[in-house]
Design a protein around this ligand. Structure first.
Ligand SMILES: *[C@@H]1O[C@H](CO)[C@@H](O)[C@H](O)[C@H]1NC(C)=O
Ligand SMILES: *[C@@H]1O[C@H](CO)[C@@H](O)[C@H](O)[C@H]1NC(C)=O
Length: 392
């Protein structure tokens, strides 16, 4: 009898075989949806395109019959290959490489791998410590309730340092940069990218509640091997004076992120923050100025890094297309897939904000609730970090 494990191995081998076959036929890194093999057993009629332009071109798209109305735009399906560095590179040779290359060697990205069943959170105390804030008990428990088979860790500051020293021992400048960051909020930002790069899984802020299991975030018809990063939209301010309120016209949120280990976006942001921190430190510019956090480690840098990835010719065939910009994401009501990144609409991680087209908490696309206290204001975007700051 075929065991479950054997079935998984077989499926992985089959996918690898198809992938190699396609790669050898077509050297282009990025293939569009129609170049990709149709995954077996996938009824592609469940997908329809979210842009009118596509709807006009093809036959009329049937309504999705999935249990909830998630629409995936398969326009730009891409699987960045896991670039294997020449396998036998000595540690001293590796240390002469750029930081990004060192990180790639240390945490290679395999798009065909599974999403690890981890939930990572950070706080000053653990839920079992007795000093854990009552206000976070229910939100924290909701993650375990929705994900009973996942490993769920609330990492304290002390544990974070040990964990990072262990994970990043061969690139000590990463740990050096982490230790040099002058504010807890900066460390908290950096930690989420570091843990996901090294181990993958879900990171979510301590003041978030899981409304639905991550297993349901992306419909099962979309092969898990076709994406390695799941992100949500934090802000889509469709108003003239948006720049007075938000740092980017479309801002991706980093209070909840799901990834496979080694994803290039995480590698790029970790290399950026490490270099930037050590540079500022050397120049004596590592101040505790609060204003710059969003740009230095927060959602603005996160958003820029993601757009840079979408427009990076190393990963995407950008030659014949315009750049991917906020225009592709504004007003989204359903999920979109760009390459190996699934972008969820604003409702998914920001339900109930009563702004920017977000649906309510009971919307079928509402997955994670960010429990901002009081009204929705831009300064609350850094809410959690600032609380952490006050208590440290
Ligand atoms: C980090 O990324 C930002 C935004 O893209 C950029 O302005 C900055 O120069 C980068 N820093 C380093 C050291 O690469
Ligand atoms: C895409 O962005 C790059 C870098 O920002 C720019 O140099 C280029 O002109 C843009 N291409 C298009 C088609 O907009």
């Amino acid at each position: 009898m075929m065991t479950f494990r054997r079935a998984i191995v077989l499926a992985a081998l089959l996918l690898t075989f198809i992938f190699i076959l396609r790669t050898s036929h077509n050297d282009k890194r990025i293939r569009s949806a129609d170049q990709l093999p149709k995954p077996k057993g996938v009824d592609t009629s469940h997908f329809h395109f979210s842009s009118d332009e596509h709807a006009k071109k093809g036959p009329p798209a049937p309504q999705a019959t999935a249990s909830y109305p998630s629409i995936i735009d398969t326009e730009a399906v891409a699987i960045p290959p896991s670039r294997k560095l020449s396998t036998q590179i000595s540690l001293s040779d590796l240390r002469t490489q750029p930081l990004r290359t060192q990180l790639e060697y240390l945490f290679p990205y395999d798009p065909l791998s599974k999403f690890p069943a981890y939930i990572w959170q950070t706080w000053k105390t653990t839920p079992s410590s007795g000093q854990f804030e009552e206000a976070f008990r229910e939100p924290e428990a909701s993650w375990t309730i929705q994900h009973p088979t996942f490993i769920h860790e609330v990492i304290t500051d002390d544990v974070a340092v040990h964990l990072l020293r262990h994970l990043y021992s061969s690139v000590p400048e990463v740990v050096e940069a982490y230790l040099a960051l002058p504010l807890p909020v900066l460390k908290a930002d950096f930690f989420r990218y570091l843990i996901l790069l090294a181990r993958g899984g879900i990171y979510s802020d301590i003041d978030t509640s899981a409304l639905r299991s991550a297993i349901d975030w992306v419909p099962a018809e979309v092969p898990r091997s076709s994406y390695g990063l799941v992100i949500g939209i934090e802000a889509d301010p469709d108003r003239e004076d948006w720049a007075d309120w938000y740092s980017r016209r479309i801002q991706f949120c980093q209070w909840t992120i799901q990834s496979k280990p080694g994803h290039p976006v995480l590698r790029h942001i970790v290399a950026n923050i490490t270099s930037e921190t050590l540079k500022r430190q050397a120049e004596g510019r590592l101040t505790t100025d609060h204003k710059n956090i969003i740009e230095f480690t927060g959602p603005a840098l996160w958003t820029d890094t993601i757009f840079d990835y979408f427009n990076d010719p190393e990963y995407f065939d950008t030659a014949n297309k315009g750049n991917v910009t906020w225009h592709q994401f504004t007003g989204m009501k359903s999920a979109k897939k760009v390459g190996d990144v699934v972008v969820l609409p604003i409702t998914s991680f920001s339900p109930g904000v009563r702004q920017m087209g977000a649906g309510e908490d009971d919307d079928p696309m509402a997955y994670v609730k960010h429990n901002f206290e009081g009204t929705w204001k831009p300064e609350h975007l850094r809410h959690i970090g600032e609380q952490q700051q006050e208590w440290s």
